[in-house]
Design a binder for this molecule. Structure first.
Ligand code: SF4
Length: 283
């Protein structure tokens, strides 16, 4: 099946409402250093379309009856390959003819290409953004569109009345943990909700991160491996550090009247459904 239940592992910290998930591509070519999915999907950075994507999706989408589908959670639905292949656009054309509501989660400004189709579907876009600094985003997310492109995309989405939220994820101490400028900018742009989360270390992403940011990684070493906690297969920052970081983002976000949710942290800080889905599906 291409459209499946979200979080089949039933993570103990996930507070997402029931929803489905769909990934048009396997793997992702944005090559973010901190990527979690790269640790459980083989040949992750060799992004490729799902086999018989369009014909299979047509069959599955015809059976939908109003479900909420998150696209995508194990890859970006707009990898660089999409500029050439246009498969995500074809998928959206199929969803537009079926009975569903969709949430697109992406780091790509290419999503604005498909605004004409999104206008015909109950839909929202969640743009992932870690910094306002293009130099930092280039280093942290080497092949994803620069932060400034994503910020421009948010402006275009909002102007076109597409409900737009942002994931500030991951927040990494000593690197991008002051998000006040970013949150202020997003509020001015008309973003409705912010979801945030701290960096969860897996050994593969830690190796990549350490090579690119050796000084920050040596500062973080103690926090993650001596003072932090291991939850599932990931190393987390100490609980108090995570709580303070999330609380700060919550206060900033709510101060501007936006909804807030944190992702897989285990704190009762959400002012709205954590994934921002309330912007397209009322309670
Ligand atoms: S965009 Fe998402 S899936 Fe793609 S490399 Fe970055 S974190 Fe991984």
């Amino acid at each position: 099946m291409l459209i499946t239940g979200f979080d089949p592992w039933k993570s103990q910290l996930c507070t997402c409402p029931n929803k489905l998930t769909f990934n048009p591509y396997t793997g992702c070519d944005h090559r973010c250093l901190y990527c979690y999915a790269s640790s459980y999907i083989p040949r992750f950075y060799e992004c490729r379309a799902k086999k018989d994507l369009i014909s299979r999706l047509k069959r599955e989408a015809a059976k939908l009856g109003g479900e909420f589908i998150s696209i995508s959670n194990s890859s970006d639905p707009y990898p660089r390959l999409e500029r050439k292949e246009g498969l995500m656009r074809k998928c959206l054309e199929i969803f537009a003819k079926s009975d569903c509501r969709i949430q697109i989660v992406t780091k790509s400004d290419l999503v604005t290409r498909d605004i004409d189709i999104l206008k015909g579907i109950p839909s929202m876009v969640s743009v992932s953004l870690t910094t306002v600094n293009d130099e930092l985003s280039r280093k942290l997310e080497p092949y994803a569109p620069l932060s400034s492109k994503r910020i421009d995309a948010i402006e275009t989405l909002v102007k076109n009345d597409i409900p737009t939220t942002v994931r500030i994820d991951p927040i990494i101490p000593f690197l991008n943990d002051d998000v006040s400028e970013l949150v202020k900018l997003l509020a001015r742009q008309g973003v409705l909700h912010i979801t945030s989360s701290t960096y969860k270390v897996k050994l593969a992403n830690w190796r990549r991160f350490g090579k690119a940011f050796p000084n920050v990684s040596s500062q973080l070493n103690r926090l993650y491996f001596d003072e932090g906690e291991k939850i599932g297969r990931s190393y987390y920052l100490p609980r108090k550090v995570r709580f303070d970081l999330m609380k700060k983002v919550k206060e900033l976000t709510e101060g501007y009247g936006m909804g807030f949710g944190c992702c897989r942290e285990g704190f009762n800080l959400n002012s709205a459904r954590c994934d921002g889905s309330w912007v397209v599906t009322p309670e």
